[in-house]
Design a protein around this ligand. Structure first.
Ligand code: ACO
Length: 428
């Protein structure tokens, strides 16, 4: 194959030849790493046109609505696989055999408990602490419990840390919920599946077990699966950047959780439900849609639009299916809040503004509705997203450490004052 390059000419200076690289799929990239030698940097706030790394894990084609994990379409994984198998695929790079799958499930089960000191740690939080605030703290604190696996240059240590994170996230997320509602923590039951166990820890009490309908377990598993990874999004990029300094995996994942919390990212599923409550009634939909279209109003329809998907979000299609199934199983089709959500979806899908700007319901629109129908309080929504995404974060972190990497250190376009004299205080 001929080597391709791009030529950059700055103010008639001699040409700068920049090598180009091609991936397996997707756009070619221009390698600008040498530009610093020419005393010039590129400027791309928001990274709209910048590939910050090379990765084998996930591929997205936003125009065509394609999402592949290690080459497998998300729709196929949602239909034929389950969350833990997808975790194995993302982290290891290939689908497990039956024995490998069974071993992996056993390992994750084995690691579901957390150190009892974690309970005291959570008790220190105020009764109404947001679960994401607690999760950030708990995951960061994990580095103080597992000194035996913190050597990031050791693949075995990295794998054990990944297993611990995947296994303990549902336990910690459920503990945050129990603290929030003032109920005793429920220990994991290792005879249950990953999703079933999570619902058990969320909803059982020491006085009463919570029997879970298989359709609801399936929907929960799908929520984890559909959130498992999404390429170089804000939180994953944060994990990579934190990891590039050599920080331990728990510290890096805590940084990812913090980045996920924002309403433009993982906080959107919570924001969807808050928005639906604010809209309140079908008759108010046109007013809120007008607000969303008003350039002078910061209000946006939460759960609509995506930085990458400009056609449809393939996860949203699958999630929509699960959403309908859950509402039917729970007999909630006529619940006013869910009817309102359906009307809003229909209204926006037929509105010229949303059509022309390619703003479709994203995965969080439907996941928020499912979680609400399952009886999960909105404050927990982003923590559930974080639980599902942990495998993606840790897979990207592991990939980065495995390959050659340098500390991430973006440059800037400085627009502050030029050099100036320091005035004595009486002259200011
Ligand atoms: N409601 C109304 N208008 C919107 C919306 C929305 N939800 N989203 C984008 N727009 C408009 C913008 O005002 C902008 O209009 P303009 O071209 O006239 O200025 C145009 O569409 C493009 O929007 P950008 O903000 O430039 O798009 P960007 O790619 O930066 O943002 C984002 C994507 C953050 C997801 C945005 O669509 C948004 O805020 N959506 C609501 C929050 C949300 O649902 N986030 C979840 C993302 S999915 C996830 O994290 C799993």
């Amino acid at each position: 194959m001929t080597k391709r390059s791009a030529t950059l000419i700055i103010d008639g200076q001699p040409h700068i030849e920049l090598p180009m690289h091609s991936g397996t799929l997707g756009h070619d990239v221009i390698d600008i790493g040498s530009l610093g030698d020419h005393n010039v940097f590129t400027y791309d706030p928001g990274f709209s046109a910048t590939a910050a790394c090379q990765s084998d894990i996930t591929y997205i084609d936003g125009e065509k609505g394609v999402l592949l994990h290690r080459g497998y379409p998300i729709e196929v994984l949602a239909e034929k696989s389950d969350y833990l198998e997808t975790c194995y695929l993302l982290f290891e790079g290939y689908l497990p055999t039956a024995d490998q799958k069974a071993d992996f499930e056993k390992t994750i089960r084995y690691h579901t408990m957390v150190n009892r000191s974690m309970e005291q740690f959570i008790s220190g939080f105020r009764y109404d602490a947001h679960p994401m605030a607690m999760l950030c703290g708990l995951v960061g604190a994990m580095s103080s419990f597992y000194h035996d696996s913190l050597d990031i240059t050791n693949q075995q240590h990295r794998t054990i840390s990944a297993h611990r994170l995947i296994a303990k996230m549902p336990t910690m997320a459920a503990m945050c919920h129990k603290h929030f509602i003032g109920q005793p923590y429920i220990y994991p039951d290792n005879s249950l599946s990953y999703a079933e166990n999570f619902l058990h820890m969320m909803f059982s009490t020491p006085c009463e077990d919570y029997p879970v309908h298989p359709a609801l377990t399936r929907a929960m598993d799908r929520i984890f699966l559909l959130h498992a990874d999404h390429e170089q999004n804000a939180s994953t990029s944060t994990v990579r950047l934190a990891g590039s300094s050599g920080a331990n995996p728990f510290a890096c994942i805590a940084a990812g959780i913090a980045a996920l919390w924002g309403p433009a990212h993982g906080g959107a599923n919570e924001a969807v439900l808050n928005m639906l409550s604010e809209i309140g009634d079908e008759k108010n939909i046109p007013k809120f849609v007008l607000k969303a279209k008003d350039k002078n109003d910061p209000f946006r329809l939460m759960g609509f639009g995506h930085r990458v998907y400009k056609n449809h979000d393939p996860r949203a299609t699958v999630m929509r299916e699960s959403c309908n199934e859950v509402l039917t199983v729970l007999g909630l089709e006529n619940d006013p809040l869910f009817k309102l959500a359906k009307k809003l979806e229909q209204f926006a899908l037929e509105d010229d503004y949303f059509i022309s700007k390619k703003l479709y319901p994203n995965v969080d629109f439907y996941s928020g509705i499912i979680l609400k129908a399952l009886g999960i309080p909105v404050e927990m929504f982003t923590g559930i997203f974080a639980t599902g995404r942990t495998v993606g974060w840790v897979s990207h972190w592991n990939e980065m450490i495995t390959n050659a990497y340098r500390i991430g250190r973006p440059r800037q376009l400085y627009t502050g004052p030029a050099l100036r004299d320091f005035p004595p205080i009486e002259e200011r």
